[in-house]
Design a protein around this ligand. Structure first.
Ligand SMILES: Cc1cc2nc3c(=O)[nH]c(=O)nc-3n(C[C@H](O)[C@H](O)[C@H](O)COP(=O)(O)OP(=O)(O)OC[C@H]3O[C@@H](n4cnc5c(N)ncnc54)[C@H](O)[C@@H]3O)c2cc1C
Length: 458
């Protein structure tokens, strides 16, 4: 059996490892379009000064049955990294993401050296899948290469953010002062030290970039604007907690959110950290999401998601300390609102007008760069990616009702426009967000692959 895995980020690489463990005879080909992302993907190949994992070493093992696998690797290998040579590794460490990339690559390579039929890695962009007339497929690459496969796992991951409305309605899109793709390795390389920067979006990407700029000696002002002006909350130690609110089925997203908030408040009044309640929801999140009617999922995304995201996707304490320091010194200013106009006033100045949330008076700020940190584009119909466009056009891919990814069943079998899932096309990780909601972090990818790989391997 030939299995093609398209994308060699965390999901594709881990899928290859699990596949070979499950059935060593399977021929696996792993395709990756960006050579520098091979066996790493987007998050774990960056080389920023500051880019910690947002989960500690305990939570970043590649194997459910070996919870200390990453921690033990870190203990054995930290001396290879000059800045961490003299530390005493702890399970609660938030290791740099590019170091995690080394762990992922080495774990794959160790596996691949030990099997009789190693996984073949092909660097090239897959642009289409063709039917052969038999029960298999031809995988077509941009350089003309063709490979055969019986089953295909699309591990396409996160796509760069889309341009917000203000970009499409102003002349900023092609202006070099506008950085549309924040995860490019050189995204902030040419910024003068005194550049004033506007970050659009206040999530973890903004945190990594602003702290990295500060570590490079940046002295310019950092403005951060997001719809509600909320920052991710800091991590803290959590304790196991038994949830009460999940015993019930909820008809509306608001009812569910209120029940969680009530339980968190009660927990706090009993001396329990609210994070223990949020973390205790993780095992139930997918079921809670699956049980919500589509119109309630939509309401969750419009009204509740910003509040949920800052509680769920937290930042390491060190990031919180750094961001608080930037705010206290006045270098960083957080604004709630939306950008309503951008005007270039000189060669190195953009005048940005912000409509603050719940206020009528407009705010004008002057910046020399704008960085789009609004999070991955998940509406596949808006992607300018040949593979996705071709498969949407054939009707072999279709998007989920909320345009959060691809339509799939709960295990990751891809459902086509006719509602069939018999094509032997599968996906895992971020493309499953519409189906499962909670599926982008390693912990969810591991559990998804643990269920999906036996289906693919047999
Ligand atoms: C900045 C950032 C930080 C994160 N930090 C954490 C963290 O600390 N902990 C955590 O658990 N999760 C984190 N996440 C969540 C993240 O979704 C997962 O950890 C994981 O990286 C997802 O891996 P992936 O392989 O699905 O996606 P990606 O890393 O996006 O990899 C997809 C790969 O597919 C390739 N590809 C796409 N299309 C094609 C094609 N047509 N042909 C060939 N190759 C193709 C891409 O080049 C890419 O290398 C983070 C996400 C981001 C964006």
């Amino acid at each position: 059996m030939n299995v093609a895995i398209i994308g060699s980020g965390l999901t594709g690489t881990l899928a290859a490892i699990y596949l070979k463990k499950s059935n060593a005879d399977t021929n696996v080909i792993l395709f990756e379009k960006s050579a520098d992302k091979t066996l790493r993907g987007i998050p774990y190949s960056h080389q920023l000064e500051y880019q910690p994992l947002n989960v500690n070493t305990k939570g970043m093992t590649l194997f459910d049955d070996n919870p200390l696998h990453f921690f033990n690797w870190w203990k054995q290998n930290h001396t290879r990294y000059p800045e961490f040579k003299n530390i005493v590794p702890k399970e609660g460490d938030f290791v740099q993401r590019n170091i995690y990339g080394d762990y992922l690559t080495e774990t794959f390579e160790n596996m691949n050296q030990s099997v009789s039929k190693p996984v073949k890695i092909v660097n090239g962009e897959v642009i289409d899948i063709l039917e052969t007339g038999n029960s298999d497929y031809k995988i077509q690459l941009a350089d003309g290469g063709i490979f055969e496969a019986d089953k295909v796992l699309f591990a396409l991951g996160n796509f760069p953010p889309s341009d917000p409305t203000f970009v499409r309605t102003s002349a900023i899109a092609d202006d070099p002062a506008y950085i549309s793709h924040p995860w490019l390795d050189n995204a902030i390389d040419d910024l003068p030290k005194d550049a004033s920067v506007l970050f659009v979006g206040a999530g973890l990407t903004m945190v990594d970039l602003s702290v990295s700029l500060k570590k490079r000696g940046a002295t310019g002002k950092f403005y951060v604007v997001s719809r509600r002006g909320l920052l991710p909350r800091p991590h803290a130690e959590t304790a196991p907690y038994t949830l009460k609110c999940v015993d019930k089925k909820y008809d509306t997203a608001l009812e569910l959110f209120r029940a969680i908030r009530k339980e968190a408040k009660e927990a706090v009044s009993n001396g329990i950290d609210w994070r223990s309640v949020i973390d205790a929801i993780r095992p139930y999140t997918q079921t809670l999401w699956l049980n919500l009617p589509e119109h309630e999922k939509r309401r969750f995304l419009s009204h509740i998601r910003p509040y949920w995201d800052v509680l769920r996707h937290r930042m390491p304490q060190e990031s919180f300390r750094q961001i608080s320091g930037l705010q206290e010194s006045g270098q960083m200013e957080l604004l709630a609102g939306r950008i309503c106009n951008i005007k270039r006033t000189s060669a190195d100045n953009l005048e940005v007008t912000i409509c603050p949330r719940n206020q009528t008076e407009l705010v004008k700020i002057n910046v020399s760069r704008i960085i789009n940190c609004t999070g991955p584009q998940s509406d596949y119909r808006k992607l300018n990616t040949p593979l996705v466009t071709n498969l949407l056009n054939k009707g072999w891919f279709t998007t989920d009702e909320q345009s959060l990814g691809l339509k799939t069943d709960i295990k990751g079998a891809i459902i086509d426009t006719a509602g069939n899932s018999n094509r032997k096309f599968y996906t895992a990780g971020p493309p499953c967000k519409g189906t499962l909601w909670e599926c982008t972090a390693l912990r969810d990818i591991r559990s998804q692959l643990n269920q999906l790989i036996p289906v693919i391997a047999n």
